[in-house]
Write a protein that binds this ligand. Structure first.
Ligand code: KIV
Ligand code: ZN
Length: 502
């Protein structure tokens, strides 16, 4: 299988998303994550744009090892000098020069004739080539450029030393059929095209960035420029995760592969979203929060029988965790029963019918039903309390700013009193560790919330915990006027649920 070069421009075009500006440290953090994911080329910035961007590209070149590190430059001496200074410390530096070639850009933006454009592009490529050997040239707005002129520019820049020629659909105007044909025609009409890699850079103004990139690859492009979460100028760029997963999922039609470790996609998406401040829409393909969530009863039923009925990719392949069956008014009995089982409730058919009716009533009032709602529904409404394998007998917790917190907890199991003592980061932590010693159940406290149920100093405190152990996740609550006791009760209730599931 041929390999497709993944050129990530999250740190350059992605950073051009309004409000997405990244500092040096943030760019480095993202760059390291891109390396761990296996991207081939990182376009780290546009060094002439600002002092900060120059320094960020310089840091990435210095500290990020593995991929080619690229800096963008207009076809101007000062830009190329800045790009060279910024990337020269990289083991494999690349300078990416661009110049617009469409009639509309040449006439109104650059005010230059075709001959002048060819001359400037050739000069820029030669000048950049005198500094580094790896040169990419982009005829900006290529998809709206007159074809004969585009072929001429490409031929000239390859002769001048460009090793990659990038075909940008700068304003996201092209359509898949048209763009695929353009790449094919470039291969047929640029005589020296085999001396350079054909790259594509598709914007998403019509939502066609990914489709255009893929069809370009089918027609011979071997480098795709893309960004994490599809961020970038205006409507953004082709999204890296969508391209990579389309190629992986449809091996039957794509005769090439990428070197991307897809299990890192979700984490990378989260990181980029956090550092740029641009949220990922819930229904975003591959990395959206709903990408692997199913609500319709028919779908949930199918999934429980065979995942591939409604899932074309495994969530774990993109590092997402697991398929989520969202319980709402569209859900069916099958999914409801499966979720209850996971929470530790195994009901008789009669109780299940009762609980399911109440669940549907609740779902009409509430958009999404969480595990806590289900537990309350079953415990309070059906009276199906989980057996109390462990019961709190007493506890003593020591805390203060001059002592190290310590707790002794006594639990009753059958007729036996079991006792455990532990230190901890605080009194609650010490109590939880003491319980862990007694029960031997180790796990992860995923969530802990304390709220006052009533008003005043003597308010009843209610603690909700979510606890996971050996792939099972449970939630439980406990209430008391003493918050440590409420915390213990919630934790012990969670442990009892886990024991019950087992
Ligand atoms: O969209 C575009 O044309 C660009 C070029 C600089 C490659 O970002
Ligand atoms: Zn762009």
């Amino acid at each position: 299988m041929e390999k497709l070069i993944i050129f990530d421009t999250t740190l350059r075009d992605g950073e051009q998303s309004p409000g997405a500006s990244l500092n040096n440290k943030e760019k480095l953090e993202i760059a390291h994550q891109l390396v761990s994911m296996g991207v081939d080329i990182i376009e780290a910035g546009f060094p002439i744009a600002s002092r900060g961007d120059f320094e960020a590209v310089q840091s990435v070149s210095k500290f990020v090892k593995g991929p080619v590190i690229c800096g963008l430059a207009r076809s101007l001496k000062k830009d190329i000098d800045a790009a060279y200074e910024a990337v020269r410390r990289a083991k494999r530096p690349r300078i990416h020069v661009f110049l617009a070639t469409s009639k509309i850009h040449m006439k109104y933006k650059l005010k230059k004739a075709e001959g002048e454009i060819v001359k400037a592009a050739v000069w820029a490529v030669k000048y950049a080539k005198s500094k580094v050997s790896d040169i990419e040239f982009s005829p900006e707005d290529a998809s709206r450029t007159e074809k004969s002129f585009l072929f001429e520019v490409l031929r000239e820049v390859i002769d001048a030393g460009a090793t990659t020629v990038n075909i940008p659909d700068t304003v996201g105007y092209s359509t898949p059929y048209e763009f695929g044909n353009l790449i094919k025609e470039i291969r047929e009409n640029v005589p020296n095209i085999n001396k350079a890699v054909i790259s594509v850079h598709c914007h998403n103004d019509l939502g066609l960035g990914v489709s255009n990139s893929l069809v370009a690859a089918i027609n011979g492009a071997r480098q795709i420029e893309c960004t994490i979460n599809g961020i970038g100028e205006r409507a953004g760029n082709a999204s890296l995760e969508e391209i990579v997963m389309a190629i992986r999922t449809r091996k039957d039609i794509f005769e090439f592969d990428t070197g991307i470790d897809t299990t890192k996609l979700y984490k990378t998406s989260r990181l980029v979203s956090k550092l740029t401040g641009i949220p990922v829409q819930p229904n975003k393909a591959i990395v959206g929060k709903n990408a692997f969530s199913h609500e319709a009863g028919i779908h949930q039923d199918g999934l429980l029988k065979m995942k591939s009925t409604y899932e074309i990719m495994k969530p774990e392949d993109v590092g997402f965790g697991e398929t989520k069956l969202v319980l709402g008014k569209h859900s069916g009995r099958h999914a409801f029963k499966a979720r209850l089982k996971k929470l530790g409730f195994v009901l008789s058919d009669e109780d299940l019918d009762k609980a399911f009716r109440r669940f549907k009533d609740l779902a009409d009032k509430k958009k999404e039903i969480f595990d806590e709602d289900l537990a309350t529904l079953v415990e309070d409404e059906i009276g199906m309390a989980v057996p109390e394998t462990y019961r709190l007998v007493s506890f003593k917790a020591l805390s203060g700013n001059e002592v190290s917190p310590e707790a002794t907890v006594r639990l009753k199991k059958k007729q036996k009193i079991l006792s455990g003592t532990s230190k901890g980061d605080g009194p609650v932590d010490a109590c939880y560790k003491a319980v862990e010693k007694i029960t031997g159940i180790k796990g992860k406290l995923i969530d802990y919330q304390l709220r006052a149920v009533t008003r005043g100093k003597d308010a009843l405190g209610e603690v909700s915990v979510r606890f996971a152990s050996k792939g099972k996740e449970v939630s439980a609550r406990g209430a008391s006027t003493d918050v440590i006791e409420a915390s213990l009760k919630a934790y012990i209730a969670a442990i009892n649920k886990l024991v019950h599931i087992k």
